[in-house]
Design a protein around this ligand. Structure first.
Ligand code: ATP
Ligand code: MG
Length: 145
């Protein structure tokens, strides 16, 4: 017999590139969903940080993205798949302080070049792939007790 192992919870969200008015809505949503599911607050905090940084990057640099949130026993997974310019040099983009943010983005308080480092640091497992001219794919896994 094939055993089914349904997700505890899964949902998808859209992010619109360039729209700073709605920037942060998806990560706020994820935060409240995880809280309601009874996920411990330190895990919720990590998930909120990584999803916020990824969301701001999509708004700042990409055209649009879909975010998949999956909660399973022992693990919260957040995947952000964007359509956009992609990242030509991931090693460089991952360096602390590296940023291509323009004046407009910097005036809004972003562009310190810390987002991707924070995502890596607050995730237990972090995968990033990117194709120039197509888009970027982030996968963040956070373990739960
Ligand atoms: N989704 C993306 N699509 C295209 N380029 C991206 C994307 N995310 C990041 N980048 C590139 O990687 C660089 C580093 O991103 P990172 O989030 O670490 O810093 P930042 O966005 O520049 O500043 P901060 O996140 O501290 O406000 C960006 O400046 C940008 O050039
Ligand atoms: Mg950023």
């Amino acid at each position: 017999m094939v055993e089914t192992n349904p997700n505890l919870y899964s949902n998808s969200f859209n992010i619109e590139g360039g729209n700073f008015n709605s920037a942060g809505i998806v990560s706020t949503n994820i935060k409240s969903i995880l809280k309601k599911l009874g996920i411990p607050s330190d895990i919720v905090r990590k998930a909120a940080i990584v999803s916020y940084e990824a969301e701001i990057n999509v708004v700042s640099y990409a055209k649009k993205a879909i975010v998949n949130l999956t909660v399973n026993p022992g693990v919260v997974q957040i995947e952000v798949i964007d359509e956009g310019p992609g990242i030509p040099n991931i090693d460089l983009a991952m360096q602390e302080g590296y940023s291509t943010a323009d004046q407009r983005i910097r005036e809004m308080g972003f562009g310190a070049g810390m987002g991707l480092c924070n995502i890596k640091n607050y995730s237990d497992v972090f995968h990033i792939t990117s194709e120039v001219g197509k888009g970027t794919h982030l996968k963040m896994t956070i373990q739960t007790p």
